[in-house]
Structures are given as structure tokens and as C-alpha cells.
Design a binder for this molecule. Structure first.
Ligand code: C5P
Length: 411
């Protein structure tokens, strides 16, 4: 069964010759079990009549923002909320420009702004228009904002030229849309996660450690697995059972974790450092149990390597995600850490008053260069799924800017 079964797809059609292909797309979406509502721009109606889409979708077609009849039934906000995903195919250069600038000057752009559903666009235009720096910049902006760019493809164009700018064919568009719902946002990727505390021995029976339970890191590893990734979990000592379907590498000290992580990071595309790594270790580990004496005991400590910063500094690094446990100035401290360690994303949590550690629920502020979002307090399992969703979105946005739009940032 297609992952599009029973999904509500809002299909936006803008004014390009490829609008005729959106008719076939509407049929195939319905064949896949999706409910489809079509919104056309005025220019789109110059190419195909609304009646065609009405017959194919089995639903009235919307075109204008100010439609008294529609606003009495499903108004534009209700329509924006109704959609599980929006697909704009074809998306003209003008539409991409308006979307990139946050315009809401017709029904379709308004819906794109008002909806929180994933947004896919399938550009279709003459190759010179697609190659124009203005269009490139708009596509980059959209990618960076998490819009899924489907295509364009290469080949002969309706204008008689050949090059990049063709709208993807219907099966490719369906596959792109299906990937959104397949629960496989990290499919094909290898994710490395660290979790739990580290233990820094002082002597044969004592160690320095912290209150990390490993619950968040394990939940993140499971959520990445659920999202289709191959996962390797490097874990400090915890009371948790190794999660199923995940390669688990137990370590004890920060130095061991550092060694394992660095030996694996070249093979992974995403690194998520959820471990509470001890910042210091004993400068000298006593070979015998330290005896108590009447006076003070002084321990000499030295810095542990910063595993996260070391991975972030690699020339060909994976998408690198850190955690920041803070007791005050949460976002300011976390953003400083994000920049200082050169991370792609940081998940900050407030641990003042013992919150966060060893609890079953948590709240996170997610920050990345130039943006951020908040995940409200909820069970760690659920929180981890949301974190993974944001990571996969940021990863695509990052690919968009790193590799530019020639490579696309398709799901
Ligand atoms: O600098 P701070 O310890 O607050 O940074 C926390 C983040 O850095 C966490 O993601 C943690 O896993 C990681 N970290 C690390 N190696 C260290 C210290 C922290 O990977 N030695």
C-alpha cells in the first residue's frame, strides 16, 4: 500500500505549460489512495481549465482568496490546516520568487504561508530561467527553510530548448511525496549517536561520573532507526537494554568514547552527541584504592577531549548535532556553544533544579545557524522523534546550501 493512502494532498498548480502534467498527477495521487484538493493560480487557468481538475480530483477547485462561497464552507485557513502535505507542481519561477519572499498575494501563496504541513515544490521553467541567479537564490532560500525541492529534471523543453528545468515526471513526483510519509526521512543514512554518562576512574573502585541516564540518547537512536537510518550507538554505562536493530558499542571513559567515535565518523552522515561526557578525568589513576586520611584529599584533574568539537572540526564531517545542558541563560549559552564548536544544530535543555536528567520527559530548544525552534515538554521518545524530524529537515536544507540546487535537496 502506498504511504499516500488516506493522505490529504493539496495540489497547487501554477501557470506553466507543465500544468497539463498535473492532470495525470492528480489521477495517480488518487490511485495511490490520496484525497486531493486542487488550488490553481490565475495563470494556471490559462493552460488547463478548473473543470478538468474538478473532474479528476472529485472536488471543487479553488482559485481566489476572496471567494464568498468557499469561505462559507472550507475557508482558506481550514484548507491550510486540512492538508497533510502541499505539492506545488508545476512551480513557476514567479511562484518560487513569491514563495521565497513570503508573499501572500493569492490563494496558493497564502495557503503555503498558513499551513504547517510539509511543502514540496516541483519547479518547471525554461532552462535559462532556472539557471538565473535570482531563481537559484530563491530556490536556495526555500531549501534552507526546509521546503522540499522535487527536481527539476533535465531534457527537452516545451520551448524547444534542452537543459535543466523540466518538471519531474509523475512517478518521480509521487516517489518524492511518498518519501515524506514513508517514515523514512533518514532512509539510506548512517547515524552515529553517543549516549549516557562516561565514567572516569580515580582508583580501582571509584570513578567520577554524572547523573545522565542515557534515556534521551537511546530514544534518539531508536527514533533515527524508526526513520529508516542505520544506527550505531556508542554508549557509556547505563541501566538500559540495548535497543533492537541498533549496533551498540559500550564504552566507559571519555577517551574510549572519543576513540570509537573518531574511528567511525568518516562512515556516517549524521553524528548526534547526546552523551554527558565528563569534562575532566583524573590526571593520574591510582593503581591502589586511595586510603582515607585525616586531612583534605586533593584530586588532580585534566581535561578530556571534546568529542563533539573534534567531529565538527573534521574536513569531511557528518551533519553534527550537539546537546547543551544548561542551568541558566539557556538559549544564549547554547547558541554560543553552537558557534564555538561549529555545529549544524544544538538541542538545548534546561537542567536547573535537576530537570532533564534521569527524567522520562523533557523539553528542548533547537538552534541552528540563523534559526531555531522549540519542542515543548513531552515524553523523551516523542521528543526524540521530533528532533529526528528537524534533523532530517535541516540536513536537506544544509545539503541545499552546500551543494546548491543542481544537486537538489529532494527527500
Ligand atoms: O561543552 P558542553 O559539555 O556543554 O557540550 C555538550 C555537548 O558536547 C554534548 O553534545 C556532549 O555530548 C558533547 N561533549 C563531547 N565531549 C566532551 C564534552 C561534551 O562530545 N568532552
Amino acid at each position: 500500500m502506498s504511504s499516500l493512502a488516506q493522505k490529504r494532498i493539496l495540489l497547487g498548480v501554477t501557470g506553466g505549460i507543465a500544468a497539463y502534467k498535473a492532470c495525470e498527477l492528480t489521477r495517480r495521487l488518487r490511485d495511490a489512495g490520496a484525497e486531493v484538493r486542487v488550488v490553481m493560480t490565475r495563470a494556471a487557468t490559462e493552460f488547463v481549465t478548473p473543470l478538468t481538475f474538478q473532474a479528476l480530483s472529485g472536488q471543487p477547485v479553488r482559485g481566489t482568496l476572496f471567494d464568498p462561497e468557499a469561505e462559507a464552507g472550507m475557508d482558506h485557513i481550514a484548507l491550510a490546516r486540512w492538508a497533510d502535505a502541499i505539492l506545488v507542481a508545476p512551480a513557476t519561477a514567479d511562484f518560487l520568487a513569491r514563495l521565497a519572499h513570503g508573499r501572500a498575494d493569492d490563494l496558493l501563496t497564502t495557503l503555503c504561508l498558513a499551513s504547517e504541513a510539509p511543502l514540496c515544490v516541483a519547479p518547471a521553467m525554461n532552462r535559462a530561467m532556472w539557471a538565473h541567479p535570482a531563481t537559484r537564490a530563491n530556490a536556495d532560500t526555500l531549501c534552507a527553510r526546509g521546503v522540499h525541492l522535487l527536481g527539476p529534471g533535465e531534457g527537452s523543453q516545451a520551448c524547444g530548448e534542452t537543459g535543466e528545468g523540466r518538471m519531474l515526471e509523475t512517478p518521480e513526483l509521487l516517489a518524492g511525496l511518498e518519501a515524506l510519509f514513508a517514515g523514512g526521512s533518514l532512509a539510506g543514512l548512517h547515524v552515529l549517536v553517543t549516549a549516557g554518562p562516561t565514567r572516569e576512574p580515580l582508583d580501582p573502585v571509584r570513578y567520577l561520573s554524572n547523573r545522565s541516564s542515557g534515556k534521551m540518547g537511546y530514544a534518539v537512536a531508536r527514533a533515527a532507526r524508526e526513520a529508516g537510518a542505520r544506527v550505531t550507538l556508542v554508549t557509556g554505562p547505563t541501566a538500559l537494554a540495548p535497543p533492537e536493530g541498533i549496533e551498540c558499542i559500550p564504552v566507559e571513559t571519555a577517551a574510549e568514547m572519543h576513540e570509537v567515535v573518531l574511528s567511525r565518523s568518516a562512515q556516517v552522515q549524521v553524528f548526534i552527541a547526546a552523551a554527558a561526557v565528563a569534562d575532566y578525568r583524573a590526571a593520574a589513576v591510582s593503581t591502589h584504592k586511595i586510603k582515607k586520611s585525616a586531612g583534605h584529599l586533593q584530586l588532580g584533574l585534566e581535561r578530556n577531549p571534546d568529542i563533539l568539537a573534534a567531529v565538527a572540526a573534521l574536513a569531511d564531517r557528518p551533519f553534527t548535532v550537539g546537546f547543551a545542558a544548561e542551568t541558566r541563560d539557556l538559549e544564549r549559552n547554547a547558541r554560543t556553544k553552537l558557534m564555538k564548536k561549529g555545529l549544524d544544530l544544538i538541542a538545548a535543555n534546561d537542567v536547573s533544579g535537576g530537570r532533564g536528567f534521569d527524567a522520562d520527559d523533557n523539553a528542548l530548544a533547537l538552534l541552528w545557524p540563523g534559526g531555531g525552534t522549540k519542542l515543548p515538554r513531552q515524553p523523551k521518545e516523542q521528543l526524540a522523534r521530533q528532533l529526528v524530524r528537524v534533523i532530517s529537515e535541516r540536513l536537506r536544507a544544509d545539503q541545499g546550501s552546500k551543494f546548491k540546487v543542481q544537486r537538489g535537496c529532494n527527500p
